[in-house]
Write a protein that binds this ligand. Sequence first.
Ligand code: NAP
Length: 265
Amino acid sequence: MTNLPRVLILAGTGLARRLAEVLVDQVQVITSLAGRTSQPLDLAGEVRVGGFGGMEGLSNYLRTHQIQAVIDATHPFAQQISRHGAIACQELNIPHLFLVRLPWLPKIGDQWLEVASMTAAAQASSQFERVLLTIGRQQLEPFAAIANTWYLVRAIEAPNLILPHSQIWLERPPYSLAQELELLTRFAIAAIVSKNSGGMETYAKIQAARQLKLPVIMVQPPALPPGHQVQTIPEAIAWLEQTFGLDLTPETTRTGPSRIDCTAQ
Ligand code: NAP
């Protein structure tokens, strides 16, 4: 095992968790979590938790832990860590890969108001009386300035900032379509604010909005830094194989469905 490459996964999504599961017996995998949730789901292999201490901290970590490859499987809106990872790897000449989730695309029946920032989302939400916020708990500030809208704030853990007219709803993905329909109906929600994060774990709210003919104020994801990108776990494994000249792929991962495809439903 000690001769196997040391691979750091920058985590934060279900895709990162599944990648760690697949790689755990094949490379020395270390998964890094920011530590935002107090009770993260179990992860296969070695896990480290907490920020690295900026760019310099991350570079030090990569050097001292002799990391030989980095796979960035963070959330599409986690801009800073992705930038740090890409730059640190470039400077240290460490192979680096983005395992990305493609953003959702609107389908027939979707009523999306696409916006570029959370401030623009807050402004757009002011035209509705009752709005479901599904943006996590860290970017609520722009909504505090909106006086005449009531917000249902759904998050995994309670936010520090409590909006003046709001209720907190603690829940952890994945959510089912039935769950989302029930929530939207129970609270008489008129619009949803969502990040366009892609993936299936939180896609049911988009389907529910379509079914109930509700608008979705959709915040577009930031651009990734330049770098090699793949979208599936088999592609990430193929990249590792090519990088290290190894055959890492067991039969099960060659056949297993791992592509995140939101057009499948
Ligand atoms: P961010 O703005 O890109 O990162 C802020 C700081 O958090 C980074 O500079 C780094 O601290 C630390 N950090 C972030 N991800 C880390 C990781 N995987 N391992 C170690 N440190 C990490 O990220 P964010 O938007 O706050 O998100 C934090 C984490 O939650 C990410 O891992 C992301 O995948 C996950 N997440 C984010 C969202 C979202 O909407 N943003 C949604 C779901 C999950 P140092 O500078 O000290 O190294």
